[in-house]
Design a protein around this ligand. Sequence first.
Ligand SMILES: [Fe+2]
Length: 167
Amino acid sequence: MTLSTTAEPAFAPSNAPPATSRTQVVELLNWRLADALDLQSQCKQAHWNVKGPQFIALHKSFDDVYAGVAEHADLLAERIVQLGGVAPRSVRDVAEASHLDEYPPTISSGEDNVKSLSAAVSAFGSRMRLAIGEADELDEAATAEASTEIARGATNGCGSSKPTSRA
Ligand SMILES: [Fe+2]
């Protein structure tokens, strides 16, 4: 499937790579954005469905992870558009493109949700660490830097950098 449509940017950013590698960078960013959006959805699955004695703490904690992943997705999507690409618009694109495993559909205990969401965050972090090297190979310092920031966030559990009042 073709994930990205690369158009000429409305303006030429001073830190944009040459057009040949720009297409590859946009494609790389779109794959990782699909992972991030899938991970966001998995955070909500955990947030909504968790049950048990630790419900309140985990319900809030999963939403904090959601907020952190949303910041990561934003960073990826905005870089795509800065480079003249188009970020995926539909959940259909995301479902087809994500490299993450499907979140277990029937779990409800706190322990199972913590285990499953931790595994998903870890898989996302691994993909982002690979993206650092891939962006470096394409000579795209800004994408390598953003990927490093996101990978670091994933290592720390993807918690939001902003306080959240959602419950
Ligand atoms: Fe909620």
